[in-house]
Every structure is written in C-alpha cells, then in structure tokens.
Design a protein around this ligand. Structure first.
Ligand SMILES: [Zn+2]
Length: 369
C-alpha cells in the first residue's frame, strides 16, 4: 500500500470505525470515492489499467447494455437466484466486467455455493474489485463493484470455503465469460515485487516505519518461525508456539534495495537485546531476519558481519538470520495499528537518514559525460 492509499485508508477507518464488523476495513471505500477525479493512470499488480472511468465514459459503455444488465450493473439490481447464465458454467477461463472488460474472477476460484448465484472464493486481482458498505434493505452488507467502471457486481460474505473463507456472490449479468487463452494481454507487465521479513520486537512500530519506506508496497504484521499453524496473538504471547512477531515487507526492488531495508531494520531496533525489545520481554520479541532466497540469506549474513566488524553496536548482535518459514498475518486489529491509533512506539524512524542516502546515490549513479 502506498502512502496515499494509507492516508485514504486511515481516513476511511476513522470515518467508519468502530462499526466495521460487516466488512474488513481494507479496500472498503465510501461510494463517493468513485466520483473522485483521477488523472494519474493506475496499473494493478496483475498489470491491468484500473484508472477509474469518469461518468461520461461509463455512460457511453452503459448505453450498449441490455435492459437487465443495465438494471443490475448501473442500478445495483439483483437477478433472481438459479436464473443467471453463468451459474453452472464449468469451463476454464476468466470472468470479466460486462461493462468495461476488466478481469474480475477466475474459474480457478469458482465454487458451488448452493445459493443460486455464481460464487468465487477469491478475486482475479483484489485491486479489481472494490468493496463498499451497503446499508440498503435494512441490512449491513458488503457490496462489490468493478474498480474501473463502478459496475455493481454483487456482495461478498464471510462464509466461503478455505483458503479465504470469502464468498463473492455475483450476478451473472455483471460478468462476461472469456475462454482460457482468449483473455487480452494486460496493459502493462505486472510490477516486480519482492518480499522480505523482519522481526524486531513488537510489530506495530516496525510495520509502521517499513510502510513509510520509499518503494515499500505493503508492510503486514504477523507471526512466523514457530511450531504451530495459524497461531493467534494470545498463543504467540504465551511463548509456547515459538513464533516471533514479524513484519512482511513487500517492496519494489527497482526503487529500494534489500540492503537498504536491512539498514532500516538495524536502525529501527536494538539487535543486541536477546529475546526482548524495550519493555517487551519474551522470545516472541526476538530479533530476526528471515530470508526468502539464497541471495537474501547471503546479503543478510554479510550485513550483520560488517556491522560486527565495524563495532557498530556496543555488544554482540543476537539477531537470528535464517530462511523464512510460513508467515501468518496477525489479526486485523494489529494491522496499521500505529497509524490508526496514533500511539507512539519505541521504534526509531530510519527514513530521514536513509532517504537522503538514497537520493545522493541517485544523483551520483547516472553517467555524467
Ligand atoms: Zn468494469
């Protein structure tokens, strides 16, 4: 999530909390958001142009729709159950927006829900489907619409199958089925992202400052390097599951290097404290760098060695450096915790120094004649 998105998200959470049990606050935006004029082109992670269309562009597309499709997509209508044309479609392919052709769902994630409407446990790309709190008909539900053209698609419920537990309940009229192989090429090559994991005591502050890093797409608080599956905060706090509070950092290697992330991490926390960080004590607060490939492992080991050789810290570095095990995202209320609560934390902000360093490298690097 970039800084703008984070700011918008924080504003949305501030507006909607605490009554947000009907929908995950993530990606949930007020309906008015669609009217925002955006001039910048937005490309999704899967490489599709998701820049919102303006009202005039939508009107031109909507004029070509048959009356039923118009009613469903433009007037938030619902088709009768067991009547849609795509309910029993078992073919391999992609379900695109009937109005603007943006890929929305894949046959890979379709399942028989028994409800009478086509159901999917996951989106083709989460950035293509927008969630909105819908309070019509005396219920609080989460409406889903096409991110690009705002077409009404259906609703999403939290009673779906594993692995997501989500049921995207669709109107067939909102979808167009495209056979496998017939899907047009995306507008741009998907962005290349890499992932790194760091544990430096309580994850709230570590997540917060990684999220602020230039080139960081997303920082997520979670648990890893333990012995049980899908642990809860309570289990991790008890120390019996062996997990460390850790942060997953998704970044664009073209903007920020893994080495700069390592630098940031060792500025944020004290790597000489064994199984504690500030007032927090316990193995869940241990210092760790968990790597995703051999290159990261070698880079992290070399980085720690250099810090030790340069006596950068007054005592021995106790940070564990090892390959990453499964990362389990923490409960929703731990995500963006500093941002949403405004609490302070013990973590040092590394970016004023590192951004200067990155900028000076940028200036020095290009070839001067
Ligand atoms: Zn659309």
């Amino acid at each position: 999530m970039n800084t703008i998105a984070t700011t918008i998200l924080a504003a949305v959470i501030a507006l909607t909390s605490p009554a947000c049990d009907a929908a995950s606050p993530e990606q949930t935006q007020p309906k008015e958001a669609r009217k925002t004029t955006m001039t910048q082109r937005t490309i999704s992670d899967s490489g599709h142009d998701i820049t919102p269309l303006n009202e005039e562009q939508v009107q031109i597309l909507a004029a070509k729709l048959d009356p039923e499709t118009f009613r469903v997509t433009q007037k938030s209508g619902t088709e009768r159950p067991f009547c849609g044309t795509l309910l029993d479609n078992k073919k391999d392919g992609t379900y695109t927006c009937t109005v603007c052709d943006l890929p929305l769902f894949s046959s890979e994630h379709k399942f028989t829900s028994g409800t009478g409407w086509p159901s999917f446990y996951r989106e083709y790309d989460p950035q293509h489907v927008r969630k909105i709190v819908d309070k019509s008909h005396g219920m609080v539900r989460t409406e889903i619409e096409c991110t690009r053209c705002g077409a009404h698609l259906g609703h999403v419920f939290e009673d779906g199958p594993k692995p997501t537990g989500m049921r995207h309940c669709l109107n067939s009229a909102s979808l167009k089925f495209v056979d496998e192989g017939d899907l047009p090429e995306p507008d741009a090559a998907p962005a290349k992202h890499a992932t790194a994991y760091f544990a430096g005591g309580c994850f709230w502050g570590i997540e917060h400052y990684f999220q602020e890093g230039p080139g960081v797409v997303e920082a997520v608080s979670g648990y890893m390097q333990g012995s049980t599956e899908d642990p809860t905060y309570r289990e991790v706090c008890s120390g019996t599951s062996g997990h460390a509070e850790a942060v997953k950092v998704v970044f664009d290697p073209d903007v920020i290097s893994y080495e700069t992330l390592l630098k940031a991490f060792f500025m944020m926390h004290d790597p000489t404290q064994l199984n504690r960080q500030g007032p927090d004590r316990g193995t869940q607060y241990r210092s760790g760098v968990y790597t995703t490939d051999a290159e990261q492992l070698a880079a992290a080991k070399a980085f720690v060695k250099t810090l030790e050789e340069n006596d950068r810290f007054p005592s021995k570095i106790v940070t564990e450096v090892e390959p990453a095990d499964t990362f389990y995202p923490a409960e929703d209320y731990h995500q963006d915790y500093i941002e949403t609560t405004g609490r302070r934390c013990h973590v040092t902000n590394p970016w004023p120094i590192l951004e200067q360093e990155m900028a000076s490298k940028d200036v020095a690097a290009p070839s001067s004649p």
